[in-house]
Design a protein around this ligand. Structure first.
Ligand SMILES: C[S@@+](CC[C@H](N)C(=O)[O-])C[C@H]1O[C@@H](n2cnc3c(N)ncnc32)[C@H](O)[C@@H]1O
Length: 239
């Protein structure tokens, strides 16, 4: 095996898999994403090549992985969360497959469930949500608001912080109840985690001071956060 597409987990360096950490500790070369914890990058051997993804385009990364793979280096491509969840890991895997370079995907804990969980929000909960829809808010104009507003259960929006107001308005405009509970969890699972909770109508204002990376969670599951915070309820839940 030469190229390993490794999920680093959602932010807390302790949330990488044991296999992912072993691979970092023994690699010859490491290309890492901006959101990856510094502590994980520091785990690479002293002599390993380390390159931040920020300085490279996606095409350049693909070419680099193929070139290093041809040299039979043990390469770790360290990506935030899980490589195949809004991570362009599929594109990198395809580039390697086309070039005939052996590779593997080492899954990571995606922010999808881990970040809401770190804020006390289960993305499904019996009686509240048995369905989850995950979308990218990067280009909110491409979102199908009618469909999202009709969907039941929890909506998770990745990369939506900059367009939060437009996304919330789009959902309400398409018929989603303006009073639907919503939360934004920024820098989830890290020491810098911040959470804003409000209604869908007011979440953009409530979250205006939060910084990226952040995840928007829309749905009744957000209410569980306050239930978990009340000691009396916690006793009931554990009874
Ligand atoms: C390019 S996507 C990568 C997702 C990643 N592959 C995963 O599985 O979590 C980056 C987006 O994921 C979300 N995200 C990742 N880490 C996060 C964190 N620690 N706290 C909040 N949101 C996070 C944010 O919406 C961010 O803009």
């Amino acid at each position: 095996m030469t190229v390993h597409l490794v999920g680093a987990g959602p932010g807390d360096p302790g949330l990488i898999t044991a296999r992912g950490l072993d691979l970092i500790r023994t690699c010859d070369a490491l290309v890492y994403d901006r959101l990856v914890a510094r502590e994980l990058v520091d785990e690479a051997p002293a002599g390993a090549i380390r390159i931040s993804r920020e300085s490279l385009s996606q095409d350049e990364i693909d070419e680099l992985l193929v070139a290093w793979g041809r040299r039979r280096l043990e390469v770790v491509r360290l990506k935030g969360g899980d490589p195949f969840v809004f991570g362009r890991g599929g594109e990198e895997a395809l580039a390697l497959a086309r070039a005939g370079i052996p590779f593997e995907v080492v899954p990571g804990i995606s922010s999808l469930a881990a970040v809401p969980a770190a804020a006390g929000i289960p993305i499904t909960h019996r009686g509240l949500a048995s369905q989850v829809t995950a979308v990218s808010g990067h280009d909110d104009a491409t979102l199908d608001y009618e469909w999202l507003a009709r969907s039941r259960g929890t909506i998770i929006v990745f990369m939506g912080l900059e367009r939060l107001g437009a996304i919330a308005n789009g959902l309400v405009g398409a018929g989603k109840d303006a009073a639907t509970p919503a939360a934004v969890v920024a820098r989830g699972t890290t020491d810098e985690q911040r959470v804003a909770v409000a209604s869908l109508a007011t979440i953009a204002e409530a979250a205006r001071k939060l910084e990226s990376p952040a995840l928007l969670v829309v749905g009744d599951v957000v209410r569980v956060r306050s239930l978990l915070a009340e000691p009396a309820t916690r006793e009931l839940l554990s009874a």
